[in-house]
Design a protein around this ligand. Structure first.
Ligand SMILES: CC(C)(COP(=O)(O)OP(=O)(O)OC[C@H]1O[C@@H](n2cnc3c(N)ncnc32)[C@H](O)[C@@H]1OP(=O)(O)O)[C@@H](O)C(=O)NCCC(=O)NCCS
Length: 260
């Protein structure tokens, strides 16, 4: 009982950090459906673990009726969990949520199969899931990752990634901050006029992967040619003045877009 109250106190305090509209504790306790839902979930989860499964389901259903937030009593939820606005959130039976996670209204942590077993996602610490986003399947969303509003995520996301859209794609500017190699690759792609959309190591797409390898190879070859031209120019300053035929990047871009 003491543990449940302590957790609830932490949940309430976490609202101040994540909602600029929060004014005082009483207001949060009375008016935040996300707080009502997590309080009832913590009771329901305790009942579920104590093998009072029917009562646990009843508490969960009452919570859904009251808040519009449906959390299966078996779902594992960490500390300082915050659901802002709440309405329309669904958290499935085998979902696992770390500490300091934030969900907005309309989020689904769902499954894509009717088989029993792990079928809902795992969100690591500090994940933020934007309004209306759907996270579907038994994969992991890494620590501190952000999912944009209305994104549909069906594959694992690495720690710190930001993903948007349907199907969700990782925003490249965030990848470049943590992968300097990717920045060099994009710079070179732009130099030759090629749009390297979604050429990220975090997207397991074989076509994109092949293009990344080609870009690396072209970049290395280009550097070697530059060196050779430099040496030849010392012999005759007219060497290497001719530019190679322009690459037609449109065809590559079209191909890549149709693959994605
Ligand atoms: C995903 C998110 C975290 C990205 O924030 P950010 O890191 O500041 O990124 P930016 O705003 O710089 O956007 C980067 C790019 O992604 C695009 N983008 C951002 N959010 C998007 C979304 N939800 N869907 C599609 N594209 C999105 C931007 O248009 C921008 O594209 P560009 O580079 O072509 O201009 C944020 O946009 C978001 O959706 N947060 C959820 C907020 C929410 O649900 N609030 C509910 C309050 S009630």
């Amino acid at each position: 009982m003491f543990k449940l109250l302590k957790q609830l106190q932490e949940d309430v305090q976490s609202v101040f950090a994540r909602d600029p509209a929060a004014r005082n504790t009483l207001e949060i306790v009375l008016n935040y459906p996300g707080i009502h839902a997590i309080a009832m979930h913590r009771v329901a989860h305790h009942l579920w673990q104590s093998e009072h499964k029917g009562t646990a389901r009843a508490v969960s259903t009452f919570s859904r009726f009251l808040t519009g937030i449906e959390i299966h009593p078996a779902a594992k939820i960490g500390r300082r969990f915050f659901i802002d606005h709440g309405m329309g959130v669904v958290i499935g039976e085998t979902a696992e949520i770390g500490d300091d996670v934030t969900l907005y209204h309309g989020v689904t942590l769902g499954g894509t199969t009717w088989q029993k077993g792990k079928r809902h996602p795992t969100l690591e610490d500090g994940v933020v899931v934007g309004a209306g986003a759907k996270v579907l399947g038994p994969f992991t969303v890494g620590q501190g990752a952000k999912i944009g509003s209305n994104a549909v995520v069906t594959k694992a996301l690495p720690a710190g990634a930001t993903a948007v859209g349907n199907p969700a794609r990782i925003i490249l500017k965030h990848v470049f901050e943590s992968h300097p190699d990717e920045k060099a690759r994009l710079d070179f792609a732009q130099k030759i006029g090629f749009q390297a959309y979604a050429a990220s190591p975090d997207l397991p797409d074989p076509v994109v992967e092949a293009l990344r390898v080609l870009l690396d190879h072209m970049q290395a070859t280009d550097k070697r040619l530059d060196k050779m031209c430099g040496a030849l120019k010392r012999v005759n300053k007219d060497f290497c003045d001719e530019k190679p035929d322009a690459l037609k990047p449109e065809s590559l871009s079209v191909m890549q877009e149709s693959e994605s």
